[in-house]
Design a protein around this ligand. Sequence first.
Ligand code: ACO
Length: 371
Amino acid sequence: MSNVEADWSTGSNQAVNIHLVSPTQTLHNFYPKFTYPIFGDEETIFGYQGLNINLKYHACDMRPLLQVSYNKKFKAVGETEPTDLKAILGGFLPKTAFEKTSDFQAAISSSTFSAWTPPGELWKTINTGSKTLEIWKGSLADMAVQQIVKRIQILVPFFIEGGTAIDLREPEWSLERWTVFFLYEKKGQEGLEPNTSPYHFMGYSTVYKYYFYQTLAPPSSLEGKKQQLQPKTTHDFTFPLPEFKLSSLPSRSRISQFLLLPPYQKDGNGSRFYNAIFDYFLQDLSTIEITVEDPNEAFDDLRDLNDLARLRTLPEFLSLKINTSVQIKSKGPVPKEILDSKLLEEIRTKLKIAPRQFARVVEMQMLSLIP
Ligand code: ACO
């Protein structure tokens, strides 16, 4: 790096500071984990000294304010120009993001927020210790849901490696296949600032419904063509008529993005949120299987532990007599003869766990049984 570059470069992971605010104070602030999808692989911003980028969110409806400040800005020389921060960040934020602090302050200070509720409908209330959590859900075709998603999508590249925002310009039938779950803490009236919302945003998750392709036995006249008719894999297929509504058709519900903001991580909230989403799709008649898109290691852990705990609530799962000597000898994945058992398949389909994930969790159970 040349001297000029070194003098005028700032690490973007430290330059961006995210705040959750009420009208009178910052409730939490934290830094992004990744900024390379926004500022490039080097995660640096060129052209400023003393740079600060504050992304402030109103803690209930997540209206954003983008504040950029610096001591000095590099004067362009030929093609060497300072990074155009507003243009770059603007591409990840809604057009309605505030740039003037006074406008933001006026907007979030409205007394109507005391009656504000998250978009969609309330799915679950969880009381944990002295806290009350609420999980709200809605369709992405709902404009109020979409509005919040537009405001928070920048958090996906900030916190999920390889995560990408949903294209909200998709046609309505496609948006309808997305269900968005919002996790909020609902504060009690005690200690709440007057005219402010009791709702504090903690995280969100998006789930996409795919048609669940099932192989039908071909008529005997086509027996010879069976090979050609069989799908090569049992992966997800897009339904041949894409605009078909999936609400009453057998579907796979795939958790696509799952995110808890850093102040709320490592406190069991991810597990509570995951289980609430799982509970929703368990009672959803059209969902045959619940899957996850590209889970990272942390999410895999959370999923494994919670799926295993859920399975262990079933007496039929606990009563499984597993021949542990088979497992010890093979050391590999769960032996086929065990996984193919009718009872296991019944348990799997009852809890809508995808086959590979189920095999993982059964293996964990088997390992835990080894004396
Ligand atoms: N006190 C202390 N620790 C606890 C408590 C508690 N009360 N409850 C659970 N824990 C521990 C768990 O045992 C677990 O420990 P481990 O890290 O040693 O395995 C850990 O805390 C995490 O469990 P949770 O608290 O339930 O999970 P968390 O709320 O931290 O959520 C998640 C995990 C979703 C990965 C979160 O950290 C996050 O959003 N990270 C950033 C984004 C991300 O990576 N998302 C997943 C991407 S994959 C996808 O989107 C499909």
